[in-house]
Write a protein that binds this ligand. Structure first.
Ligand code: AMP
Ligand code: GLY
Length: 423
């Protein structure tokens, strides 16, 4: 089969590598991909948000199956456009991708169907939002831009005054453009977070191995929020008991609700959960694979990814086996110093010796045959082992063989998970 993957990060590299293991995959194109992915697939410079360009490329090349990985093209209707061009796809149509594209939609859906989440209110008027904040107890308030904001649209305000200034920045100063014209104000929840990516065909939900992201830039969960600096899988807070509760109260109700609303969701539905004292609650939905979660989760998948994806598209997920290794993984992200703010690019990435790990490139390009950094998050190194402790140690050991000038990475990926395991 001729396959197409839309996107350009470490997540896409992990998807391309997993698809490449399929006996049915003959050729993989990536739009636009990156300098690292180019070593194992054909990268073509069509932007991930160029929906018409993606559909035209797929049609022209006679693509048999496409995977749309990032949120933007999904929300913009890339799957709809590819399907119209006669190309079956993995990923939700735009009317289902709204579960990530509009936080107000997601919250209303959860409220209507009794799916546990933080209490909230939605506003389109800054004055009304500020008056509402005045009615809340003094302390932490969560302010969220309604639309996509490159993962930066969530402000955890420490006081009512801070929350009001976040509202003004979003709604009056246009900080996140159109995405911040509407805001969701939410109760602050506490507890460990768990990410669960799931395969779904719109009826059946098959959760993948759970994982724990590390969103803050620096050790000890300090510094700015990033796209994710490392992941361990499985997540020790996601016990079998919690998993059963999530399936019954969150996963199935969400997929059934979407179907009932005429927005059948097919693809990867990502549940961002918090284990609160009142049980698991939804912090966010993503309409796609997480990044870097995918870089930790897919190396544990033993089943053929292409077969599972096509079963989702064709509504036969219940008939296929989705098997994960009973092992643990740790993905370390190496970023350019300064990320998520200003950072330098153009350093050569060098690998010393044999790597006993997966190396996924996220932000690099080829320059005269050399791989040089071109992004904030540059690469991910994923190690797999029998225990979490070994996986973490191995990831650090192997990542030490991969270098670029001006690199930075967290030294404590997995520390919280290991502490939880030790009780
Ligand atoms: P999101 O972009 O929705 O993933 O939010 C980013 C991060 O903000 C989440 O991973 C949580 O750590 C935090 N967060 C979001 N909503 C809440 C909430 N209601 N209470 C506490 N923390 C939250
Ligand atoms: N790592 C978080 C996300 O992909 O949204």
């Amino acid at each position: 089969m001729k396959l197409l993957v839309v996107g350009s990060g470490g997540r896409e590299h992990a998807i391309v590598r997993a698809l490449g293991r399929s006996a049915e995959a003959d050729e993989i194109f990536v739009l636009p991909g990156n300098g690292g992915i180019a070593a194992e697939a054909k990268c073509v410079p069509v932007g991930a948000k160029d929906i018409a360009g993606i559909a035209a490329f797929a049609k022209e090349q006679g693509i048999d199956y496409a995977v749309v990985a990032p949120d933007d093209p999904l929300v913009l209707g890339a799957v709809d456009a590819l399907e119209e061009a006669g190309v079956p796809c993995f990923g939700p149509r735009a009317n289902a991708a709204i579960i990530e594209g509009s936080k107000a939609f997601a919250k209303d859906l959860m409220q209507r169907y009794g799916i546990p989440t933080a209490k909230y209110a939605t506003f389109e008027d800054a004055g009304e939002a500020e008056s509402y904040i005045d009615t809340l107890p003094e302390g932490n308030v969560v302010v969220k831009a309604d639309g996509l904001a490159l993962g930066k649209g969530v402000i955890i305000a420490g006081s009512r005054a801070e929350a009001k200034s976040a509202v003004r920045e979003m709604m009056l100063d246009g900080k996140f453009g159109a995405s911040g014209r509407r805001v969701v104000i939410e109760e602050f929840l506490t507890g460990p977070e768990v990410s669960v990516l799931s395969f779904t065909d719109g009826e059946t939900v098959v959760p993948m191995v759970s994982s724990m992201d590390h969103k803050r830039a620096h050790d000890g969960d300090t510094g700015l929020n990033t796209g994710g600096m490392g992941v361990v899988a499985p997540n020790p807070y996601y016990t079998d008991e919690v998993a059963a509760e999530c399936m019954e109260k969150i996963f199935l109700p969400t997929v059934r609700a979407m179907k009932k609303e005429g927005r059948t969701f097919k693809g990867c539905l990502y549940f961002g959960l918090m284990m609160t004292p009142d049980g698991p609650k939804v912090i966010e939905y993503n309409c796609r694979f997480g990044d870097p979660e995918t870089q930790a989760v897919l190396p544990l998948l033993e089943s053929d990814l292409l077969t599972v994806m096509r079963a989702c598209t064709e509504g036969r997920l219940a008939d296929v086996e989705v098997k994960f290794a009973k092992k643990c993984s740790c993905c370390l992200v190496k970023a350019s110093a300064g990320y998520p703010e200003k950072y330098a690019t153009g350093s050569e990435i060098k690998v010393e010796g044999e790597l006993d790990a997966e190396l996924y490139i996220a932000g690099a390009k080829l320059e005269e045959g050399r791989l040089v950094t071109s992004g904030g998050r540059v690469l991910g190194v994923t190690a797999v082992a029998d225990t979490l402790e070994e996986a973490v140690a191995k990831a650090y050991r192997e990542a030490d063989k991969v270098h670029f000038d001006g690199e930075f990475f967290r030294k404590d990926i997995g520390a919280r998970a290991l502490a939880a395991k030790r009780g």
